[in-house]
Ligand binder design. Sequence first.
Ligand SMILES: [Zn+2]
Length: 290
Amino acid sequence: MRGTTIIAGLAAAVALCGAARAADYSGPLFDGHLHYNEEAQSPHPLADVLARMQRNGVKAIAANSRPNDGTKALAASPQTKQAGVTVVPFVRLYRNRADYDNWFRDDTIYEMVQAELARGTDAGPFKGIGEFHLYDSANANGPVAKKLMALAEERGLVVLAHVDDVAIDLLMANTPSKGQRTRLVWAHTGIGGAPVTRVEQLLAKYPQLMGELSYRPGLTCDNGQLCPEWRALLLKYPGRFMIGSDTWVNQRWQYYDELMKGYRTWLGELPPDVARKIGWDNAASLYGVK
Ligand SMILES: [Zn+2]
């Protein structure tokens, strides 16, 4: 009798666990890392990319493109407004592929950024600089990288940087506040897989540092759920992370639905207020989006 009760109890517990699997996050999403590059625009015209955002509940995006025309088109189009998508435009540092590994020492890039900032988009001013890459972290000390970090902080622009943890320290050191007031979004939060303890140390050191989570190694484990150490970090710093699509190649546009579904799955496992922060609030408050 006792044995049967235990078995019945276990069965009930298993059933409960199954039933307790959280529903996906269903609130608004802020895509904090989006590209609308030249080569995407013919297979994925504005109507197509906006439809993808709309059907995934993406209500705002931080957008940049190579060259900057794609961002300007997205920001200023009446279709974007109709789709209910708010665009936060960034100045990209790349006019072409050759700029990827030379921008940090090329003064014409600095001039281009200043001209773009002065001009803005038809829908308003640029709010940030990037995404930029530093394949060698030492290039954070390139003369143009230094000038751009200082310029960003002085003008209150957000920086979107695809760099390693060493470069985060170097970039921060090149700002007037030594990183205390620098609004830096760390693309992928370390695509090379900087240890969680190191990520945590950087978040503690730089109060405005935010982590964007696309491609982050070790973030999710079984069934697309958060790995335990990442879950713990997100719960410890719920105000410091955001999600992003990183549509750097057209394939990412093709899988936009799956990417957003993936985010909704693990966001759904977090307490609702934390999910809402990471899915929407953190980016929305960083960029002043209502
Ligand atoms: Zn990117």
